[in-house]
Design a protein around this ligand. Structure first.
Ligand SMILES: NC(=O)c1ccc[n+]([C@@H]2O[C@H](COP(=O)([O-])OP(=O)(O)OC[C@H]3O[C@@H](n4cnc5c(N)ncnc54)[C@H](OP(=O)(O)O)[C@@H]3O)[C@@H](O)[C@H]2O)c1
Length: 480
């Protein structure tokens, strides 16, 4: 699915074109055996490790050069130039490793060139020309400018604020919004008038978060009646069903469904339903929830409510070349031990796999909705690397370390507010109000990025959809 240009919109508006007709055929479309799919999925591991090694080696090489060359060879060093260029290179290396720049982009290249210039210029000036106090001040201003540009272009990203009252009389479900990106999204959308359903698994955490929203947003006129808690544990299919039933009993319309909740699973485990915990929490739960709420979304669309579905994905999905279908199965007492004994289990891979499954079903859903004549936009956003509680789910020690080194962490990672901008943009902007403009896209820095191999593969997307229907028992609300 590609971004439809404004020029093309008029022809699209005349008649709905099924999205799949726009998708270039993948070289591997359709004919793969499950072994071949697993092999393609496995190709992730060496590539991630390679990138990690590249990033570490690059950092070590740069730091060594930055400190030793100027001091040993010329006997001069400009510490500010080293810090500023070092900061730029470290941030870019981290983001390169995290697949933040999956396609060629002039911004990181420009920043790297600027870092090289800022770093070498003072040494060259001091060695061959003029290194007076005035030149030093000019060089210092250059150093600060580089650090500021690095922060704005790589960490902060583009800014976006919804219009005042843009969400008045609109109902928004946000899963996992008691902390992190979801909580800030809830605050922003409540401030612009929306009624927020806190779809969280722990009541006490949700109530605390709702209190925080009320205290912070009271000056924007946010009232208690705008915030509602409904219990939802995405790792339990029965909890998802109860939530959907309760929502449909209490609310007639749904304008935005934000599938935000997510977690890392450092060790492999299975849920009560016999599903892999990582896939269940990050993909199957949201899949079932979306299917169950589709009738409400379609009914809201019929009334002219322009509903949307937004999924908070991750660029770690982007590096997955295929979904490993062998992990999408129901485990019982007989095969549980064999399923859990997986020496190749790796936390980032499992997380990326759960996110790629979500992305593949999202593409299939976007396409099916268009085929059914619906204009509900379904898109995913990558929030960036954010300083949130999710690092705690990776390892508890990381949560303490990020607290201790907060100022340093904030220089390398986005704040939850900065991380919520993509979700808020996809939930409120006029550009994304219908699928005529954008559907089945993956947004980074508010722009759709080139699709990856896995979600361009129509046959695999359909298979992932069918497997998800079978394993969750979801109703196929937009069946082919
Ligand atoms: N932070 C990043 O760098 C980053 C990068 C890329 C993508 N993301 C994605 O952004 C989304 C939000 O994460 P975050 O960074 O804001 O992390 P966070 O602060 O840990 O928030 C995650 C939320 O999801 C909830 N959750 C987890 N499993 C759940 C389940 N089974 N049922 C219901 N709720 C569940 C958590 O609830 P509890 O508080 O009860 O655990 C929490 O409210 C996630 O989908 C994550 O994958 C984050």
């Amino acid at each position: 699915m590609r971004k439809v240009t404004l020029l093309e919109q008029s022809s699209l508006n005349r008649g709905m074109m099924p999205l799949k007709e726009h998708i270039p055929a993948s070289p591997s479309s359709g004919s793969d055996s499950s072994d071949e799919i697993e092999e393609r999925a496995d190709a992730y591991l060496p590539s991630a490790q390679k990138r990690y090694c590249h990033a570490c080696l690059g950092l070590v090489a740069f730091t060594t050069l930055a400190v030793t060359v100027p001091t040993c060879v010329w006997g001069v060093v400009d510490p500010f130039a080293s810090i500023s260029a070092g900061y730029t290179v470290s941030v870019l290396l981290l983001q390169y490793w995290m697949m933040e720049w999956p396609q060629c982009d002039s911004r990181p290249i420009g920043l790297l060139l600027a870092a090289a210039l800022v770093f070498t210029l003072p040494t060259a000036l001091a060695s061959f020309l003029n290194w007076s106090i005035r030149v030093r001040i000019a060089a210092f201003i250059l150093d600060v400018t580089l650090a500021a540009c690095t922060y704005v272009l790589t960490i902060r990203g583009p800014a976006y604020e919804p219009e005042k009252n843009a969400m008045a009389k609109r109902t928004v479900i946000i899963t996992g919004c008691n902390s992190g990106i979801g909580l800030v999204t809830a605050k922003t959308l409540a401030k612009s008038g929306a009624t927020i359903i806190f779809a969280c698994r722990t009541e006490s955490k949700a109530k605390e978060a709702m209190q925080e929203v009320l205290e912070e947003a009271a000056t924007h006129g946010v009232t208690e009646s705008q915030l509602k808690f409904m219990q939802l544990d995405l790792s339990s299919l029965s909890s998802v069903r109860c939530f959907a039933q309760k929502f449909q009993n209490e609310c007639e319309e749904l304008h935005v469904l934000v599938c935000n909740a997510g977690a890392f699973f450092p060790t492999k485990s299975v849920t009560q339903d016999g599903l892999d915990s990582c896939l269940a929490s990050n993909h199957f739960g949201h899949f079932l929830l979306t299917q169950l709420l589709l009738p409400t979304l379609l009914a809201t669309e019929k009334k002219g409510g322009e509903p949307r579905i937004v999924s908070v994905s991750s660029c770690l999905a982007y590096e997955q070349r295929a979904f490993d279908f062998s992990q999408a199965c129901k485990v019982n007492d007989d095969n549980k031990a064999a399923f859990l004994e997986d020496p190749e289990y790796e936390v980032f891979r499992a997380y990326g796999q759960s996110k790629i499954a979500g992305m593949m079903c999202l593409r299939e859903l976007a396409s099916r909705l268009q085929e059914h004549g619906s204009e509900i936009p379904v898109n995913a956003v990558h929030p960036g690397e954010i300083d949130t509680n999710i690092t705690g789910s990776l390892h508890p020690a990381l949560a303490y370390l990020t607290k201790i080194f907060k100022p340093f962490v904030r220089m390398m990672l986005k704040s939850p507010y900065q991380g919520s901008i993509g979700t808020v943009f996809a939930s409120t902007s006029l550009e994304m109000a219908t699928s005529n403009h954008m559907a089945g896209e993956f947004l980074m820095r508010l722009e759709p990025i080139r699709a990856n191999e896995a979600w361009l593969n129509d046959a695999d997307c359909l298979k992932c959809w069918n497997v998800s229907i079978a394993l969750t028992g979801a109703p196929d609300a937009v069946g082919a």
